[in-house]
Ligand binder design. Structure first.
Ligand SMILES: [Zn+2]
Length: 152
């Protein structure tokens, strides 16, 4: 249930972020008239790309995860807008922002998962006994080795 909520919140977050990226692109293009269109385009793009953000925010800190994805993408959308020739439409900006969004989301997802796993006792370093569910530093019940003591 909590995971479903997290997933749903990630989708909503992706739509809101997408709208924000659309505005950043419109600002970059110097076309404030296009704000409503930019919000709409961005929101749809955000919805389409939401699985990537669900992946990014599945584990790890929420705020850190959103910042890790939103800041580079915001910059990419703005730069894409600046580089867009007049009256060329939002496609160059979207073409830059969407790959950055997907790449940072997937990257963030892997980093958060790796941190999650490292913070939790996994397998005994010597005999491979599954230590999950045991108190950290209580030692392996199978061979008696303490976590981190096999390296010396
Ligand atoms: Zn062991």
């Amino acid at each position: 249930m909590e995971l479903a909520l997290r997933g749903a919140a990630s989708v909503v977050c992706s739509v809101v972020l997408g709208a924000g990226f659309g505005v950043a692109a419109a600002v970059g293009m110097g076309m404030p008239v296009m704000f409503d269109l930019a919000v709409m385009f961005g929101g749809v793009a955000g919805l389409l790309c939401s699985p990537a953000l669900v992946f990014a925010l599945w584990s790890g800190g929420w705020v850190v995860g959103v910042a890790a994805v939103a800041l580079p993408t915001l910059a990419a959308a703005y730069v894409g807008g600046v580089l867009t020739p007049p009256n060329a439409g939002p496609f160059l900006s979207m073409g830059i922002a969407i790959p950055v969004y997907l790449a940072t989301s997937i990257g963030r997802g892997f980093v958060a998962r790796a941190r999650d796993r490292a913070g939790r006792p996994g397998l005994c370093e010597r005999c491979g006994y599954d230590l999950s569910g045991l108190r950290p530093r209580s030692g392996c019940p199978e061979c008696g080795v303490k976590a981190g003591s096999t390296s010396t």
